[in-house]
Design a protein around this ligand. Structure first.
Ligand code: PHB
Length: 397
């Protein structure tokens, strides 16, 4: 059975979810016949350390569809799915499967920054509309920005940018940064270092683990000998579970506070258990955000999938909201490229994360929250940075 079928919420779940959530409406099909189905491709990891992230994104996307089945703005949808395995070496081939072989109207992908770089290259050649529901590769909405490439999540520059000031405010002026050695981790570190030094902090050591390895022991021993004021990091998915548990097991948790971008504690708190208590992170979402959209989204997600929504599910959901908003403006016509792009550029999304808008470079302008793990939940401490916009370095759009 295809994973997309596994994830599909039941018809009953759709009906429960509709109306309260996305203001779904069935518009007349101006200019496109009923048989003219929308071709949506998912390029996501369904295996490997980010598998859980890919599944949550697809689940969230499907939750925002119209209440009468697989429809967006009245258009019936055919889905095409590729497991990209978070493997950059296969990115070009996988992107071509959807963009060339299946000739999809829009690709929803992906999670891993290295895979996104390959996918973007193909999208710039084919002109296929791409909506990035996670991967933070700065270039996607920076040096490689393009009219047909949009992101609904974050740039890698964003989540760690507010973290340095938070740590200095907490009295931690010397920090070690540890991460997987690939685009997302390196960009998270660069942005952290920028914000941290501006606030008066110093990164005393940078430590790297090859992606997706989870052998942390030697580096944890090194951290113990360096004795920094605090540690900041980027890990996510299965690797984040292992890192947080190993950090506590190595006896570092009480003496050297652990910080990170919020991916460290997203969708994995149950697996991390007590080891995660007290970790502080910055992210554009928290389960406990108290707004009507978030309450409704979480409740419908729970009914549909019998699990808790996380940032990845929310990003998938918002990706569908963006597409829906644009298609409702064009009467369901995705072929009117200029109109679809203009609608997305002007989008205002009333999201479970709070309201966000699209930057000129096609990346969300959004609030970042400071969260602290308390009793197995990411409690919102406050807004760490209001309406943070990625600098979009190198984008001339
Ligand atoms: C990325 O590779 O861009 C990435 C992956 C997982 C995350 C965040 C960023 O949670």
């Amino acid at each position: 059975m295809k994973i997309s079928q596994l994830n599909r919420p039941s018809r009953r779940d759709f009906l429960v979810g509709i109306g309260s959530l996305a203001g779904a409406s069935l518009l007349p099909l101006a200019g496109c016949a009923k048989s003219d189905r929308l071709r949506v491709g998912f390029m996501l990891p369904y295996t490997g350390t980010y598998a859980q992230l890919g599944v949550a994104i697809e689940n969230g996307f499907r939750l925002a569809l119209d209440g009468t089945g697989d429809k967006l703005a009245g258009r019936e949808i055919d889905f095409y799915t590729v497991d990209d395995e978070s493997n950059p070496a296969k990115a070009t081939e996988n992107a071509n499967k959807l963009m060339t072989r299946d000739n999809v109207d829009v690709v929803v992908g992906t999670v891993h920054s290295g895979v996104a770089m390959g996918m973007i290259k193909v999208a710039r050649e084919t002109g296929t509309l791409v909506l990035i529901p996670n991967a933070g590769a700065n270039a996607a909405t920076g040096a490689l920005c393009a009219p047909n490439i949009f992101r609904t999540s974050f740039s890698n520059w964003q989540p760690t940018h507010p973290l340095g000031k938070v740590m200095v405010d907490n009295g931690h002026k010397k920090a070690v940064f540890i991460t997987w050695k690939y685009g997302a981790g390196e960009e998270a570190l660069a942005s952290f270092a920028e914000g941290y030094s501006a606030a008066g902090g110093t990164v005393v050591r940078e430590l790297f683990v090859p992606f997706p390895n989870v052998e942390f022991q030697a580096l944890l021993t090194e951290i113990a000998s360096i004795k920094p004021d605090a540690v900041a990091c980027f890990f996510a998915g299965g690797g984040a579970v292992k890192f947080v548990k190993d950090y506590a097991a190595a006896g570092l948790k009480d003496g050297i506070p652990l910080y990170g971008s919020g991916f460290l504690t997203e969708g994995v708190l149950a697996a991390q258990g007590d080891a995660a208590e007290g970790i502080q992170t910055t992210l554009h979402y928290a389960n406990s955000l108290d707004n009507a959209q978030n309450r409704a989204f979480r409740s419908v997600y729970r009914q549909a999938y019998e699990s808790e929504a996380d940032v990845y599910a929310m990003q998938g959901y918002d990706t569908a909201l963006l597409l829906k908003q644009a298609l409702e403006k064009t009467g369901g016509d995705i072929a009117d490229r200029g109109a679809v792009i203009a609608a997305m550029e002007g989008a205002v999304i009333d999201s479970p994360r709070g309201r966000w808008t699209m930057s000129k470079a096609h990346n969300p302008v959004q609030d970042f929250y400071l969260r602290r793990v308390e009793n197995g939940d990411n409690k919102v401490v406050g807004v760490a940075w209001k309406a943070l916009e990625d600098p979009a370095r190198g984008c001339t759009m």
